[in-house]
Design a protein around this ligand. Sequence first.
Ligand code: 5RP
Length: 227
Amino acid sequence: MNLTEQAKQAVGKKAAEMVEDGMLVGLGTGTTSACFIDSLIERCRQGLNIQAVATSQRSEKQALHGGINIIDVNSTTYLDICFDGADEIDPDKQMIKGGGGALLREKIVASMSKKMIVMVDESKCVTKLGKFPLPIEIIPFGFPSTIEQIQALGFKGQIRTTGRDYKYITDSGHYIYDIVLPSNEVTLQEVHRSLINIPGVIETGLFLGFADSVIIGKADGSIEITS
Ligand code: 5RP
């Protein structure tokens, strides 16, 4: 097991300890979230009683397989808490998410949660977002025009594929266009606003103002929690 893997497991375990009996919990997507779900399964086996909704089919399958009580997301309008990973996070807890292709559901789940806990290893902590491409979820209907409109705003990018040129399709049936964040003075809020104004854009991977606490796994095995 490499250091990053160890950090993810430690972070996932710490996060699972924050879950309390009776909570409605949002389960994130990605390798760090998978470590969290594993630890949560362990806690449920020891008697923790919770209900959960998942941000992806992958996470739902893992949780169900481990015996977590998964409920229909449409049976509630709120969640007590959600736990998710990030591709990059800055000191203001602004994030790029969607590397795992689940950004739309992740943002919906984060928006219905009273609290969002972000779980990262320290390689994800950056002073400025933008090294990691920003995923934009777009609707297949009219997608070449949507991409042209994104490019007309000055963003360069590429449609996400799964290996052999097949377009990656999200759990909600959309495509993902990964763009390079501009290094100029445009704010992240402006970037998000300009993109979301394009009719075929369904969501951006910029999570601004969602994270309440961040659990950071360090290479030396220690854990830092910031809020
Ligand atoms: C999925 C995500 C993930 O949280 C993000 O990609 C981090 O994943 P990992 O924990 O595997 O590094 O946003 O859409």
